[in-house]
Design a binder for this molecule. Structure first.
Ligand SMILES: NC(=O)NCCC(=O)O
Ligand SMILES: [Zn+2]
Ligand SMILES: [Zn+2]
Length: 484
């Protein structure tokens, strides 16, 4: 079997940095040590050898707001690899009344073109006995995390009774509950009021979703998850109000994780005040970009550990698609891209500024995600036996981000003109050298579905605690026990 050795670099994991060569055979890491030999040598002099990025939040070819997101599994995963990300986790989105496994099959039909490995979360977009039953099938099929939308009223949103029922079911199945936390009722009211008052431009999208709607919904989801006895993952945390709720919950011992996006960490609300309608509309996403104070809160969360992972929520739409909402901001398809840019932007603004150490960078872009989603150490690790999903990271390589050279299928980039320092020299997907200094040589269809086991350690610990602290009747002398 042909072998590859990555030589002369520093292995950087979530908890350790050390000089070593890494040997790969059959798509997995077979040896880590000094002076290793192999059939092919990749020069990592001056570079860090890190676990490839895992993006836990993408929407590839997603049916949404009357259209489909423009990057599919082919262009999306190609963009991921170009930026050092070697795995994506996409959301299966069942239509109203559609069975979960039927929807999962639709996603499998689309993902066959992926260049890198992928997994799925299941979205709970409606509620009923069929969904309750299918959730067990989903877990059996390796889809063990379930996302709930508290936003998008009249479309994807679920109500609190449905949320509680679904969270309990996820808890019983040993899965992970996820939430898009914005109060959809309030957003709908604010949207109607803004439109009635003549606020019709992209900036009104931000006005319709103030931090309070996110803070309220985040706190509500946390409390409902606690009552249901299920671990909770809050996607796209954009503001201090939501972060504060997560911080408080974690301090109280609750099993809650928060995911900021690279867009919220590096772009702010001034984008929506740009005089060019297209510029502003291209940046419309939910939650919207916030003020610099909120950004500071998110960075502090990554530094202190109250926020755990950085994602993209990659859901790209072309300018033409964004123009569906000209004259009515509520019709602008919500979503932005970032798959190719997450790692370089986070390295530049995180490690490059001293906010994050290289090890913390690995933790929030890969290892923490792998642990939360029960993928570790197959993914997110530089260990013997782990998949050789690796990025050889050159901290000195520079570029200016521009849509002209990106892999994504859309005609712009929300980070256009941003200078980044820190880029992949090589990206390897299960040992296949998919990217060399910006040149993509990946294979369509190389990516494989990665199913995940339910009941990781954190679920077992939480169930044990919930069982010990469950309500119990008080036995009183002279009072007969009543039962039904
Ligand atoms: N975030 C966003 O605006 N679009 C993608 C769908 C979602 O995650 O809410
Ligand atoms: Zn969302
Ligand atoms: Zn999303």
């Amino acid at each position: 079997m042909a072998s590859t050795v990555i030589k002369g670099g520093t292995v950087v994991t979530a908890d350790l940095s050390h000089a070593a060569d890494v040997k790969i055979e059959g798509g997995v890491i077979t040896e880590i040590g000094q002076n290793l030999k192999g059939d092919r040598v990749l020069d990592a002099t001056g570079c860090y050898i890190m676990p490839g990025g895992i993006d836990p939040h993408t929407h590839l070819e997603m049916p949404f707001m009357g259209t489909y997101s423009a990057d599919d599994f082919e262009s999306g995963t190609r963009a991921a690899l170009a930026g050092g990300t070697t795995m994506v986790v996409d959301f299966v989105l069942p239509g109203q009344g559609q069975g979960l496994m039927d929807a999962a099959q639709m996603w499998h039909n689309k993902s066959g073109r992926a260049h890198c490995d992928y997994s799925y979360h299941m979205a709970v977009t409606w509620w009923g006995e069929k969904v309750w039953e299918d959730m067990a099938e989903s877990v059996k099929a390796g889809i063990t995390s379930f996302k709930h939308f508290l936003a998008y009223k009249g479309a994807l949103m679920v109500n609190d009774d449905e949320l509680f029922a679904s969270f309990r079911r996820v808890g019983d199945l040993g899965g992970l509950a996820m939430v898009h936390a914005e109060n959809g009722d309030v957003v709908a009211e604010l949207t109607a009021k803004l439109l009635a008052e003549g606020n019709r431009g992209p900036e009104a999208h931000a006005y319709s979703r103030p931090p309070q709607v996110e803070g309220e919904a985040t706190n509500r989801a946390i409390m409902i998850a606690d009552m249901a006895g299920v671990p909770l993952y809050v996607v796209h945390v954009s503001c201090e109000e939501a972060h504060e709720a997560i911080r408080r919950a974690r301090q109280a011992g609750k099993r809650v994780w928060g995911e900021p996006l690279i867009q919220h960490l590096t772009l702010d609300e001034s984008e929506y005040f740009h005089p060019d309608w297209d510029h502003a509309a291209r940046r419309v996403m939910s939650p919207p970009f916030r003020s610099k104070d909120h950004q500071a809160s998110l960075w502090a969360g990554l530094q202190s550990g109250s926020l755990s992972v950085v994602a993209t929520d990659h859901c790209s739409f072309t300018t033409e698609q964004k123009r569906f909402g000209m004259g009515d901001f509520s019709k602008i398809p919500n979503g932005t891209g970032g798959l190719e840019d997450r790692l370089p932007m986070l390295w530049t603004h995180g490690v490059g500024t001293g906010r994050l150490t290289p090890n913390e960078f690995v933790a929030v872009t890969s290892t923490n995600i792998a642990k939360i989603l029960n993928l570790y150490p197959k993914k997110g690790a530089v260990l013997v036996g782990a998949d050789a999903d690796l990025v050889v990271w050159d901290p000195k390589a520079e570029k200016v981000i521009t849509a002209g050279t990106q892999q994504s299928a859309i005609d712009y980039n929300v980070f256009e003109g941003h200078k980044v320092a820190g880029l992949p020299r090589f990206t390897l997907s299960r040992g296949h050298v998919s990217v060399t200094e910006g040149k993509v040589d990946s294979r369509e269809g190389h990516g494989r579905f990665v199913g995940r086991e339910a009941r990781p350690a954190v679920n077992r610990a939480l169930s044990q605690w919930k069982e010990l602290t469950a309500p119990r009747p008080v036995t009183r002398t002279g009072v007969p026990a009543t039962g039904v």
